[in-house]
Ligand binder design. Structure first.
Ligand SMILES: [Zn+2]
Length: 156
């Protein structure tokens, strides 16, 4: 499995991650899928709904509100998700995956990330250390949802 993510798309993820630091940023990756090969042609930045704790809590409750905030959790608004999917479909594009940042944490998926992921999709994580974007990695959940496997990221 490989994710083709060109330089300009990596850059827009980096910029978004910097802008939202120290909160987690999130967005959607659109493009073309051919079997397990995915080519990103568009990166759509979304608002982390955890910025609005009351509404987010109504949608997907957290166990430990207070410790879990927009600094270490992200949530995509289902309305944003629908809008992006519909728009992508109308233009013949697929939703290939999602990205989010890990402020002051390594670019590895958390248990929470695993519990909220679906197989096949690419989950790009970018680490941000003291406001500076660092490693960018991509992960795919196993069919049985037991674990994430690292996905190769290619691109110019
Ligand atoms: Zn995460």
């Amino acid at each position: 499995m490989a994710l083709e993510l060109g330089c300009q798309h990596r850059e827009s993820i980096r910029q978004h991650a910097m802008r939202d630091y120290p909160s987690e940023c999130c967005g959607v990756l659109l493009g073309k899928a051919d079997g397990d090969a995915k080519e990103v042609t568009e990166v759509v930045a979304l608002t982390n709904l955890r910025h609005d704790p009351c509404r987010a809590q109504e949608l997907v409750p957290l166990d430990d509100l207070g410790r879990e905030t927009d600094k270490n959790r992200f949530l995509i608004d289902p309305l944003d998700q629908l809008r992006v999917e519909k728009d992508a479909r109308a233009r013949g594009l697929d939703v290939l995956g999602y990205y989010h940042s890990h402020p002051d944490h390594p670019a590895r998926p958390s248990v929470y990330d695993r519990d909220h992921a679906w197989p096949w999709y690419s989950y790009v994580i970018i680490a941000v250390e003291r406001g500076v974007p660092k490693d960018l990695t991509s992960w795919v959940l196993a069919e049985d949802r037991s674990a994430f496997g690292a996905e190769t990221v290619i691109g110019d």
